[in-house]
Each structure stands twice: as C-alpha cells, then as structure tokens.
Design a protein around this ligand. Structure first.
Ligand code: ADP
Ligand code: AMP
Length: 234
C-alpha cells in the first residue's frame, strides 16, 4: 500500500497515521517530523527550512522534494503512508514522476476534511512529546497525567508554530497551495473524503472500514488485516 494522507493542518493526519501504521505494516513518512528533526539537529536542511516553518509558510518545493523522494522510493515496495507531503501540485507531480521511474504509483489518497472553525482549537491545544513524538490535545486527547507523556513520562511541549497567528497563516496557505492537490489526485487516483470533524476514534473507524472493505488484495498486509484490502487507484 502506498497511501497519501491529505488534510488541513490540525485535521488529524499525524494522529491517524500513527494508528494506521500500528495496524498495517507501513512506513510513516511525515515531512513536518523530518524537518523538525533536522532543525533540532541543526543540519543545513533544518537551518534552511526554519524561517519558513516559523512563519507558517511552506518550505520551497525543491528542498522538500529532494528531502522526501529518495526515502519514498526506498520504501516503495514495502509500503508507506505520506503525512504532510505532497503539499503543492508541483510536489505531487514530482512524487508521481519519481514513483513512475521505478514503476510504482500512489494506490490510495485519504483526504481528511475538517471545518476551518475547528482548526485553531485543534492546533493551539496540541501538545507533543519531545522524546517519542506522541501527540495529545489538552481537551480532546488528554494524557493520563496533565502535561506528561503516557509513554515515557517526558514533559509535553507546544509547537512554536501552533500559535494563533501562525495557525492563521498555515490555514490560509493550505487553502491556497494544498487544496488544489486534492483536485490533482481526483483526476489521477482514487480519493476518499473522510469527515475529520468527528472524534479521533470515529475517524479511525472510518479509515479502517475504508482500508478493509474497499478492495481486492494488495501485496502488503499487516498482521491484523483480514481478507479485504485497498483499492488500486487506476
Ligand atoms: P495534523 O497532523 O493534521 O496537523 P494532528 O494529528 O497533530 O494534526 O492533530 C492536531 C491536534 O488535534 C492534536 O492535538 C490531536 O491530539 C488533536 N486531534 C487529532 N484528531 C482529532 C479528532 N478527530 N478530534 C479531536 N482532536 C483531534
Ligand atoms: P506539519 O508538521 O505537517 O504541520 O508541517 C510543519 C511545517 O513544515 C509547515 O508549516 C511547513 O513550513 C513545513 N512543511 C512540512 N511539509 C511540507 C511540505 N510538503 N512542503 C512545504 N513545507 C512543508
């Protein structure tokens, strides 16, 4: 399975990806996580990306495409789920070209649809574990002990780009630059719209039902996946 997960910032992509990879044997490739790791390690890539990320702008396509495509090609046979990439039509085209060069393609696109009015509360309430990357929400998905990661006891942190001003920029950029990617895929692949306004467990159920019922067999199935699997795109 080669899956792209689309959706506005705060729609729940990271949350759902973690659940999907826990169930299916797939590599989770999050462009935002890769960039944040590079920033923490103060690499050249991290330094180049930093100012864009802090202001809520997209990092230029060339940087992102270089960063993502080699890893994606390496994972193409075992299966992957892409989170936060592609975010522009140009990135989507480059991804398709890169996969086509090894005779592969995206099998399925899941589009998490969320109302704009819910986005700010999702993002300003997000808290993450700096050690294991687990993501919580101060109201919707609380840790057992406030401010502390359930997995490793680390103190949870708020992402600097989850401030109200930066969130507004990110949402605007999503509508301008990333929403057209949904139409791009609607012309090229099978896209499933998923109601991401629902709570996280309900969204997981919608995704599981889709992944389990919508198709014939694929080459990669996780341990808990029964006979149904993923529909091929074209
Ligand atoms: P994205 O990766 O799309 O930016 P996240 O998965 O990080 O979004 O989710 C954003 C915030 O919203 C997090 O704090 C997360 O705990 C919370 N969240 C995720 N999905 C839901 C949901 N369906 N309902 C309510 N809160 C959610
Ligand atoms: P995310 O973790 O997906 O919310 O991404 C955090 C930030 O990283 C974004 O606001 C962008 O600045 C940058 N970023 C992540 N993925 C991409 C991408 N595919 N294209 C451009 N910028 C990206």
């Amino acid at each position: 399975m080669r899956i792209v997960l689309l959706g506005a910032p705060g729609a729940g992509k990271g949350t759902q990806c973690k659940r999907i990879v826990a169930r299916y044997r797939l590599l989770h490739l999050s462009s935002g996580d890769i960039l944040r790791t590079d920033r923490a390690a103060d690499t050249e890539l991290g330094r180049k990306a930093g100012s864009y990320m802090d202001s809520g702008a997209l990092v230029p396509d060339k940087i992102i495409v270089e960063m993502m495509t080699e890893q994606i090609k390496k994972a193409a046979d075992d299966g992957f789920i892409l989170d936060g990439f592609p975010r522009t039509v140009n990135q989507a085209e480059e991804l398709d070209k890169s996969l086509a060069s090894i005779g592969r393609k995206i099998d399925i696109v899941l589009n998490l649809k969320i109302d704009d009015r819910l986005v700010a509360a999702r993002m300003t309430g997000r808290r993450s574990c700096p050690q294991c990357g687990a993501v919580y929400h101060i109201e919707n998905l609380k840790p057992d002990v406030e401010g502390v990661c359930d997995n490793d006891g680390a103190e949870l942190v708020q992402r600097p780009d989850d401030s109200p001003e930066v969130v507004a920029n990110r949402l605007e950029n999503y509508h301008l630059q990333t929403e057209p990617v949904v139409d791009y895929y609607k012309n090229n692949s099978t896209v499933y719209d998923i109601d991401a306004n629902k709570n996280a467990d309900e969204v997981s159920t919608l995704i599981d039902d889709l992944l389990l019922t919508s198709a014939p067999k694929t080459e990669n199935r996780g341990p808990n996946v029964s006979e149904g699997s993923i529909v091929n795109s074209k």
